[in-house]
Structure formats: structure tokens, C-alpha cells
Design a protein around this ligand. Sequence first.
Ligand SMILES: Cc1cc2nc3c(=O)[nH]c(=O)nc-3n(C[C@H](O)[C@H](O)[C@H](O)COP(=O)(O)OP(=O)(O)OC[C@H]3O[C@@H](n4cnc5c(N)ncnc54)[C@H](O)[C@@H]3O)c2cc1C
Length: 371
Amino acid sequence: MKTADVIVIGAGIVGSSTAYYLAKAGLEVTLIDRKRPVTGGSATQACAGGVRQQGRVPVEIPLAIYSINLWTNLEAELDEDLEYRQDGMTVVTDDEKQIPLLADRVEREQAQGLDIRLVQNSDLQRLIHGLSPHMLAGSYCPTDGHANPMRTVNALAVAAQRQGARLKWNCAAEGFVVENNRLMAVKTARGDLGCRHAILAAGYWSRAIAATAGINLPFQAHPLQMMVTARRPHELDQVLGWVGNGISLKQMPTGGFVIGGGWPGQANPQTYHTRLMPGSMAKSARTTVGLFPSLAGIPVLRAWAGIEAFCEDEMQVIGPVPGVDGLIFATGFSGHGFAIGPGVGCLLTHYLTTGKLADMLAPFSIERFST
Ligand SMILES: Cc1cc2nc3c(=O)[nH]c(=O)nc-3n(C[C@H](O)[C@H](O)[C@H](O)COP(=O)(O)OP(=O)(O)OC[C@H]3O[C@@H](n4cnc5c(N)ncnc54)[C@H](O)[C@@H]3O)c2cc1C
């Protein structure tokens, strides 16, 4: 059996960026996927494309800042148009009681090195033309932005291949061959693939694969919905969020408004099939108009959903797996993994080339569940 340095399981944003950085560093990499990159039903294909640092749990902010530094150069590096725009994001509120909480978060994130500030009243209206006049304050981070998930993940997989990675589609991982606590191979539907390391980046589906090695990933499948509207002349540069209202709104370079924010759909993770919930679409549309009134009456052209792995504590699981030498997790991104995907791939490459796990990944170890 031929042995690769690393097999990356799953070609979403996390697996594709990891394969890219590993191959670029000169490791022999095979990237496998049960279907192919941006498979319908997976999280990355459904993603809203928000590339934000703000509004994360404090332990995630360093990883987000690190990742955004990679994003700013990613189009040039991959030589592809990823529709990446770094025009800022503002999370607004119309509730006076929320303003001190927003101010506290801004202060905490500033202390962590993020370029972010509180903007209020007429300054807020000047910053975002078309914003509802009811909005009182917002947290504005000029280095947040958005990108096109399909373009990004495809560009990363293609660039990984250019750097020498092997891509194997329709190759589902089924488990691991482990001898004396050492990973020997990944079992797949197309035979065993020998490897020194395997990185499990199969989103929600990582749970079943990890279970074959006796590891319980405390994940649930959450199907989340998205909508895109008809095109309009350019009106909105920033990404907008609204505290407590489950909305993210952005206008794509092509003119359509992408509406997300975590409204639930329905799904069968075994078949990847998702179903839209009309109630979610209606609430999402109403919230959008409350935030950005000029969108009243704009036609919704398309809606879809994708299955995201939500970890019990809503933080991803990243890093080596104790008891199985050579197995590494990069999974369970709980609704916010697109922005940090490149950072994770780059830091795991650093780990495999130096043997040192970056401090900023330490909070995400599977060991946090061992107690
Ligand atoms: C609607 C929605 C909107 C979102 N919006 C944002 C956002 O604006 N910003 C943000 O940062 N994050 C966002 N997220 C979260 C983000 O999309 C995910 O955290 C991220 O895409 C997870 O990527 P992944 O590579 O871990 O998993 P996935 O994209 O789910 O990829 C997993 C891959 O593994 C493959 N696979 C499954 N089983 C096997 C197997 N047995 N063998 C081999 N391969 C297998 C699948 O086919 C799939 O390609 C959103 C998520 C959703 C659902």
C-alpha cells in the first residue's frame, strides 16, 4: 500500500484550504471527498460568504484576525477572482438596552487587536446609506468583508492540485486503520489509503467517521437557509448584521443581495437533501426590510440550505487526537467556519511541518470534552 504524507478528508473550505497550504509546503497530500468540492447540502456551498472577525467568542478572535490577513492576499496568491471585498461589516441595533453590551464587546475586541469601533446615531446613518432610520448604534469593523464561497473553495482545490496534491472525488472515507495507537490508513469506499497523517474535515459527516475510531464528536446537524434577491445597481458596500435578529445582509458584486443569518431549514444528512421552510423565508425577508427598507418588494430569485456541524459548545474541534497518533481534527465549525478556514489550513500546515501547534488553536482541542 502506497503511503501519503497526509490525507485530507472532505473538500469544503476547511479541507480544501488545508490541502492547498500542505501541498504548497511540499507535503505529499491527497484530498478526498465523498462527492466533490462544494457538494449540494454541505456547509460551504450554502454559506453566506461572510469573512468577519467581530462578534466571535474571545478565544476565536486571534484565529479570525490571522485568517483575515491571509484573505487579503488570497486572490493574488491563487490567481483567481474570489469576489472578495473587504468593505467592512457593521452589526447594528435599534434597542437602547443593547448599546452598552455592544460597546463592551467593541472594547473587548479592540483590546484583542481588532480594528473596530462603535458608531452611533447620525454617524451610523452616514456610514451606511439606506440603513433603517430606527437603528441607533453599530459595531463597525472596516477589515471584515465577504467572498464567494463556491469560487473560493474551487480555487483552493485547483491550486492545491497545481501544487502537487492529488484530488480524489467520489471517494468516501469509511473509517481508519489504527495499529498500536498509530494511524496507518484511511479506509475508503475505494480501498485503504495509507498515510502518516489524516485530517478529518468532513463537516457534520466527520461525526460518523470519528465514531469508527471510538471518538464521540458532540455534533448536531443544523440545516441553515439562505436567499438571494434580484440584481440592483450597487447600494450596499458593507455586510450588515442586526443584534438578536438573525440576519446577515450583503450585496454581491453581481448586484444580488444575499440574505442569511441562521434561519433553519430541514435536512437529511445521510442523503445531503435539504428542504426550505417557508416560515423561515418569510421571517428572514421581513427582518431584511426592517434593516434595509429599500429592499421592500425586491424579488427573491433563489433560496437554498446547507447542513452545518454545530458542536455542543458552538466551537470547532481542531488539532491532534489523543490516543490516535497521526489523526487530526478540523471540523464542527458551528456556523462561522468560512472566514477562518484559510487560517486553520495554514496553522495545521505549520503543525505538520514543525510539530508545534499554534497557541491560538489550543482552545479548540477535542480534549476540552474529556472532563
Ligand atoms: C447557510 C449557511 C451560511 C453560513 N454563512 C457563513 C458566513 O457567512 N461566514 C462564515 O464564516 N461561515 C458561515 N457558515 C459556516 C460555514 O459555511 C462552515 O462553517 C464551513 O463551510 C464548514 O466547512 P467544512 O469544510 O468544515 O465543512 P463542509 O463545507 O460541510 O464540507 C465537508 C465536506 O466533507 C465531505 N464529506 C462528507 N462525508 C465524507 C466522507 N465520508 N468522506 C469524504 N468526504 C466526505 C462533504 O461532501 C463536504 O464536501 C455558514 C453555514 C451555512 C450552512
